[in-house]
Design a protein around this ligand. Structure first.
Ligand code: ZN
Length: 193
């Protein structure tokens, strides 16, 4: 089985990392002594987004893109059994593991952020801002650091009652992120200054 050392940095991989980090999953389950189940995926409403995610999985794993499956709740799900991606992306996300792929070049940074914001962006109408919720304060601070590197102003992290949000301008998908309001779960109170 290949290890994550075999993964090559690319915008497609960075996009996958962004999606899974924000709103997807990477789960390793041992179902019995011999068999380990690997499950990487995401479920969203936006067909264009899920097609992009599937296409990136195809590119990175050098296979046909997995087919998005429509769910009863109007969302689409894409999932794939990949040990290498589970090792890289199981939660809580290990920043030290992902950083060399995410920060490989500016294209990769942008692609990671695009995946992160596409995954669960909440647009605030009329203001051109988006914000995202995440309970992982380390991950949010990392995203904020990358946005600053690209010269994008952010604010927060702020505490919110439930879960997270990011503000960005959707006119140019993933490109113009005007302001970020990073929110964290109230259960992480003690970690927020
Ligand atoms: Zn790159």
């Amino acid at each position: 089985m290949p290890s994550i050392d075999f993964l090559k940095p690319s915008p497609a991989l960075a996009y996958i990392i962004g999606v899974v980090a924000e709103d997807g999953w990477a789960i390793i389950k041992r179902t019995n002594i011999q068999y380990i189940h690997y499950d990487v995926g995401a479920s969203v409403k936006d067909k264009e987004f899920i097609d992009e995610f599937a296409s990136c999985l195809g590119k990175v794993l050098n296979r046909w893109p997995p087919r998005p499956i429509p769910l009863k709740n109007g969302k689409f799900v894409v999932r794939i059994g990949s040990k290498i991606l589970c090792d890289l992306l199981k939660k809580p996300i290990n920043i030290d593991k992902i950083s060399r792929f995410v920060e490989h070049c500016e294209d990769c940074i942008r692609s990671f952020l695009k995946g992160f914001f596409d995954s669960e962006g909440h647009v605030q109408k009329g203001k051109g801002n988006i914000y995202c919720y995440n309970t992982d304060i380390k991950l949010l601070k990392y995203v904020q650091k990358l946005l600053h590197q690209l010269g994008i102003k952010t604010s927060g992290p702020y505490l919110v009652k439930r879960k997270g949000t990011i503000y960005f301008n959707k006119k140019k998908r993933g490109e113009l992120i005007k302001q970020i309001k990073i929110a964290t779960s109230s259960t992480l109170n003690h970690q927020v200054d």
